[in-house]
Ligand binder design. Structure first.
Ligand code: FE2
Ligand code: FE2
Length: 199
């Protein structure tokens, strides 16, 4: 799917379906983190006005997603509570920050945008799995994940386009994305399978 080098372990969706409430709680926190990450990237991009505008649009959309997941939790009578640990997000961000390749502020921005693209790609892949598993059970939540699948696929492309915009060198950006995608795949192997959005 998209740029991912490792498909999600099929056991993941089985685990997720065992406790959808827990997945939704984690998912709500992920949407909030996606919004705050987009804003923090916008704040780091003062020299790239098009990037800033696009990230603001993205943040607004992620806030709408956050609200939609909160509404679903309310319907189920589930409290949001504190987020479960998100080792994936912490580790995948390190892929950008630990890179020896970074030479300029723009390289750092490109890496952070590409890490954003990878997180979107992984969410997108997993929302597809959830939508299909829910459809098999005729669960109405399937169409909710179907819509989010499409949104995350679009966000993946937005992040890649923004990285190209910030860098001006499409070939270099695509090569770097392949490199980071390999590292993300290894990370997923290392972390194993848990019943959270990225676990
Ligand atoms: Fe989202
Ligand atoms: Fe997204």
């Amino acid at each position: 799917v998209l740029c991912l080098t490792r498909p999600t372990d099929p056991r993941w969706v089985e685990l997720a379906m065992l406790d959808l409430d827990a997945v939704l709680v984690d998912h709500a926190h992920c949407e909030m983190k996606a919004a705050t990450n987009a804003l923090s990237l916008a704040a780091r991009s003062p020299d790239h006005p098009r990037v800033v505008r696009a990230l603001l649009d993205l943040a607004e959309e992620e806030i709408r997603h956050y609200r939609a997941v909160l509404d679903e939790l309310d319907r189920r009578g589930v409290r949001l509570g504190t987020p479960p640990p998100d080792e994936y997000a912490a580790e995948v961000r390190k892929l950008a920050s630990s890179s020896a390749r970074r030479r300029s502020a723009d390289d750092a921005l490109v890496d952070r945008l590409l890490v954003g693209a990878l997180i979107e790609a992984r969410s997108c892949e997993r929302f597809r799995l959830l939508a299909d598993a829910l459809a098999k059970r005729s669960d109405a939540l399937s169409s909710f994940y179907e819509d989010l699948f499409a949104a995350e696929a679009r966000h993946f492309r937005t992040f890649v386009d923004l990285a190209i915009d910030a860098s001006g060198d499409e070939e270099a950006v695509r090569a770097r994305l392949r490199e980071l995608a390999r590292a993300e795949g290894e990370l997923c192997d290392r972390l194993g399978v848990r019943g959270t959005v990225h676990g």
